[in-house]
Ligand binder design. Sequence first.
Ligand code: NAP
Length: 278
Amino acid sequence: MAKVAVVGLGGMGSRIARRLIDAGHELTVWNRTREKAEPLGVPIAASPADAAARSEVVITMVADPHALEAVTEGSDGVAAGAAPETTVIDMSTVGPEAVKRLAAVLKAGLLDAPVLGSLSEAETGTLHIFVGGERELYERRRELLSVLGTPLHVGPTGSGASAKLVANTTLVDVIAVLGEALALAEAIGLSREAAFDVLATTAIGDQAERRRPALESGQFPPRFPLRLARKDADLIAEQGLDLRVTDAARSWLQDAADDDQDYSAVLLTILKGAATRR
Ligand SMILES: NC(=O)c1ccc[n+]([C@@H]2O[C@H](COP(=O)([O-])OP(=O)(O)OC[C@H]3O[C@@H](n4cnc5c(N)ncnc54)[C@H](OP(=O)(O)O)[C@@H]3O)[C@@H](O)[C@H]2O)c1
């Protein structure tokens, strides 16, 4: 069993920490808001640097590139505390540039390992984990990552972050496609039920079925908050390509107001917004 630090105990990080504790690893944790660390019942480090100094492996799981810089750089940051033989595993979705920046400040080994799957997958250890970094380091940490889900080595440092942007392009695009198909159905006189029956026969049939209960109940319990989906669409846009479908999906996410609602609530924004052009 390894000495592991988890830095960042939001929705995902707290569940990751819990699984590692339950698997018998020796955990130290740190979170900007200390109260979120207390329920885990394990030692709370004084700073990210302190957490790193106590551990063989440091997992960072924070919101965005700015948060990653805040917990890894400076005298209190992970980089200051992590020895060369330590492995830092960044599981946040931050894009390849932030991973490059992190690699430049670390003496420790680095794997970038963002995840596909949400709160329930983190709880049950069924995440898909896209890992970038040296293969030998990946092999050394594969067993630990397997507690959290299915790791997939996708290439050198930064490749995990790139893989996650590719996966999330499909996520934000498909939800927008579904919203627009439903908006069209509504505007041209098809009942919602008939629309779902039709969509079940199409390429987005699974996605339509998955979102149907939330649309019918009007309840979108937060799993993957809108603010994070918008951040991911921004990271994709920052790559500077002419991705017109993703740009359109991003504009719907920007119009959706409630940051802490689940990102799928963008369907309501599209249903309301699409009709305003008429
Ligand atoms: N939720 C999902 O379904 C899901 C799925 C796959 C991937 N992800 C990715 O996983 C990462 C974490 O997501 P999450 O759902 O756990 O987010 P979250 O619940 O919003 O937690 C964000 C974490 O980042 C910390 N943080 C934010 N800004 C900070 C700063 N300036 N300095 C230090 N710490 C800061 C927060 O600390 P405080 O507690 O002090 O605010 C918290 O620990 C994100 O990159 C997200 O895109 C999320």
